[in-house]
Design a binder for this molecule. Structure first.
Ligand code: DX5
Ligand code: ZN
Length: 555
């Protein structure tokens, strides 16, 4: 069953942390390429492929071939989270006798291909796809390849064969992270083949210079280009690939090597090097600290919500926050499920639907059907039994489940029962009803106690701060534990929504860096702080970290 957006995102976050744990304990391994493909493998395993972790050799399964076998920690971590084996087994990575060898081995449940020697996985996959055709099976084959490995000539022989046989059951996902073992791909063997003298940074940032997709197209493949860290984009590309007839599909997924960890990101040094045990907890904290920005479109032009959705996308938002008000739970009325359905085709961005309506238990299904990715209902509008119905039904449909509380409402005791499977808790920082109000300061303290209560109950989802959030208080909201920030007045009411999102993101980044420095100080004093800062090669980042480290008041 497809896990849907929210659960896939949580599973990917969990898998990323296991990559760090495994490589740290092993003292070696490949974190960079494991982290760049985390959303690709996660979307395949949690959201898209037909497979059965309790029966790894089930005949009817789709096949996942990890051609870039050195990213084994990434594969094992996702397989563990998917339930192929206990997560604790991750600690045996690269040990003698372990099923989790440095490169994938068939001993490990869920592994389909002994990768490691690069350039071979696609040929193997062509064989699997041809075999499925002979068997009249509707098996789909997914081959995850590195960009550097396409330097191998054998890849292109396989690509020609796949096109010749029209293998529409075969999909390649290229983890286009621009880095291979020794350096940047564009320096070792250019794939985008920009004009001579093109700097790596330019070819990365400038889509008009990308040629990689054209190569696959020239070999007769259907080509789709996506941001490989956006689950919604990868999921959409996989669905389009599955609907394509007569040709194999290559999804060129642009990614960042080491994504999720600042000092590893886009740094070739982390291709095949393990984090040290001392810094591992800091990296884990960083992986738990990513924040989604969710502009609230009702703060824009209510007469042109379609335009506002497009503005969210142009602004670089992570979600679209849709405030549904019914004139009963709150005095105002905004829009209902038919509007959500009307807006749905305009963007792939996840729809974060906040239901400020009476008796949500009677209406929530309409919003799930309209294409919401997360549906949040208010604790003031339902009791434990109704929420249970909302929770079970949304989970069954692969839709994220949220619970919201007003400024004057405590987290209900029964929330603990749902905490482990809840995707989101909205702690309102204004009285719901309209955008543009001031943040209620007392919310900071309340949010922290909600965070602690949820943590005790095993919550693995996100706390969302909603109401009066802006670039000035975003850092404090982050410190309170919020990992999704809604912005109405601060984003959509502004002409330059993109600048507004960037300002909020910068504030959050600063708070995240400060939180990790404080953690480093607590765990290992000045020495650990210095070694953490020294890992950051980017001069700007390092300067900010140093400023934080020297400025934070010490006892
Ligand atoms: C309040 C809504 C919020 C609000 C956000 O009822 O739930 O999402 O519109 O807007 P700002 O950020 O302006 O408070
Ligand atoms: Zn809201």
């Amino acid at each position: 069953m497809a896990a849907g957006y929210s659960r896939t995102r949580r599973a990917v976050r969990r898998a990323r942390k296991l990559v760090i744990k495994a490589t740290t304990l092993a003292g070696s391994g490949h974190p960079g390429g494991s982290l760049s493909m985390a959303e690709i493998v996660g979307t395949l395993l949690f959201g898209h492929m037909r497979h059965d972790p309790s029966n790894p050799l089930w005949d009817g399964r789709d096949r996942l071939v990890l051609s870039k076998g050195h990213a084994a920690p990434g594969l094992y971590s996702s397989l563990a989270v998917a339930g192929y084996f206990e997560e604790s087994e991750i600690a045996t990575l690269r040990m003698l006798g372990s099923r989790l060898q440095g490169h994938p081995d068939l001993k490990c449940p869920g592994v389909e291909f002994c990768g490691g020697s690069l350039g071979i996985g696609l040929s193997f996959s062509v064989g699997l796809a041809l075999a499925a055709r002979i068997d009249s099976a509707d098996t789909r084959v997914y081959t995850v390849m590195g960009d550097g490995e396409t330097d191998e000539g054998q890849v292109w022989e396989a690509a020609m064969s796949a096109a010749k046989y029209g293998l529409d059951g075969l999909t390649v996902i290229m983890d286009r992270n621009f880095v291979q073992q020794d350096s940047y791909t564009e320096e070792v063997m250019p794939l985008d083949a920009g004009p001579a003298g093109t700097r790596v940074a330019d070819s990365r940032a400038d889509a008009s210079l990308w040629r990689t997709g054209q190569r696959w197209r020239a070999f007769g493949w259907n080509v789709i280009e996506v941001d490989g860290h956006r689950i919604e984009q990868v999921a959409d590309a996989l669905a389009r690939a599955a609907a394509t007839r007569g040709a194999p599909t290559a999804i060129v997924a642009r990614t960042v090597k080491g994504n999720g960890v600042e000092h590893m990101a886009d740094n070739p040094a982390w291709h095949g090097k393990a984090p040290s045990p001392a810094i591992a907890p800091l990296v884990a904290e960083e992986l738990d600290s990513h924040v989604m920005v969710a502009p609230s479109i009702i703060a824009g032009d209510m007469a042109d919500l379609a335009g506002e959705v497009r503005r969210c996308e142009a602004a670089g938002a992570d979600y679209v926050h849709l405030d549904v008000m019914d004139g009963e739970f709150v005095p105002a009325t905004t829009f209902g499920a038919s509007k959500v359905a009307e807006l749905r085709p305009l963007t792939l961005l996840p729809f974060d639907v906040h239901l400020m309506i009476a008796e949500p238990v009677r209406r929530f299904r309409e919003y799930a059907e309209a294409g919401a990715d997360i549906v949040t209902v208010h604790a003031e509008a339902c009791g434990e039994a109704e929420f249970g119905e909302v929770h079970d039904s949304l989970r069954g449909a692969g839709v994220g489940v949220g619970l919201a509380i007003n400024p004057g409402t405590d987290l209900p005791g029964w929330a603990a029962r749902f905490a482990p499977t809840l995707d989101q808790v909205i702690v309102m920082s204004v009285e719901p009803g309209r955008s543009g109000q001031a943040y209620i300061e007392a919310t900071h303290e309340k949010a922290r106690s909600v965070r602690d209560a949820l943590a005790r109950a095993g919550f693995g989802g996100d706390i969302e701060a909603d109401g009066g959030v802006n670039a000035s208080n975003a850092g404090a909201c982050f410190d309170d534990g919020a990992r999704v920030l809604v912005g109405g007045g601060a984003i959509m009411a502004r002409d330059d929504a993109r600048a507004a999102v960037a300002e909020i993101s910068a504030a959050v980044r600063h708070a995240r860096r400060a939180a990790i420095i404080a953690r480093a100080r607590g765990l290992g004093g000045d020495e650990l702080v210095s070694s953490w800062i020294a890992l950051h090669e980017d001069a700007g980042t390092r300067a900010e970290l140093e400023a934080i480290a020297s400025g934070e008041g010490r006892p």
